[in-house]
Write a protein that binds this ligand. Sequence first.
Ligand code: BDR
Ligand code: CA
Length: 313
Amino acid sequence: MPPRSIIIDCDPGQDDAVALFLAISSPDELHILGITTVAGNVPLDATERNARMMCDIAKRDDISVFAGCDKPMQRDLVTAEYIHGNTGIDGIDVFDPKTPLQQDHAVDFIIDTLLARDKGTVTLIPTGPLTNIATAIERNPDILEHVEEIVIMGGAMREGGNRTPSAEFNILVDPHAADIVFNCGRPITLLGLDVTHQVLSTKERVDRIGALNNSVADATVGMLSFFHRYDTNKYSSQGTPLHDPCTIAYLLRPELFKTRKCNVSVETESELTLGHTAVDFWHVTGKPRNVNWAYDVDADGFYDLLTERLERF
Ligand code: BDR
Ligand code: CA
């Protein structure tokens, strides 16, 4: 099988950064057409710099990185420095990357790239708020027939919310964008907190990565050591959930995940539950099953995959 053509749309973020490393380490399966960045965990100038830093660390300064929307479609930007640190990637030292920032806006890159490729051949992987993807769909809906699948980190059912009692961060930041994407009519797989809260970076798992002794593994350990602080306190758990790499792991090893086709709708109005993902797991509404919802993951298999791939650097 030829590698799947992908665009990673992200807001690094330590866990976005590890997702980038996992994708970059897997050229036989994934061909990265470009990395697009969006405001989310931290403002846009930091997310685009962080994405370019990860390309430098992975020695792939040939990958094209684009900056996209600097705020959500209708709301003010909400960020998460209290989790990720002021840089978004606290835990490693920030430097000025060699990987250049491309001139085009990320939304233009997404539109032009999709239209130039064969129908049904490009997979989009958003690991931040869905602003860039929804803006591209609104601006040119013709892009949709070129999409093979959209594999998203976002949402929650059993796990409630991580930024409000009922909303996961990526969906909360831009619920209107999520609503557009969820109803776009293309195949969507959604990896939310129900699975990401199962892939905890315990000390033993992080130590295995540390023992690999290469610069990407060292950067991963540095970032996870910082990321660890907040979430282990919050969840009283043995490690932090490694949210965003679940998207790449799903593409590489879908058998690690259990999924079910469900209707998923987003709350876009209520002040109390804004950004809530209503997952119709039992199909009680009879509404179209627009999303392939992930509800279980083999966490050891996930960390085996991540460790094996990071060893390649
Ligand atoms: C999501 O929010 C961000 O903080 C992480 O990078 C991840 O994409 C988890 O809710
Ligand atoms: Ca993210």
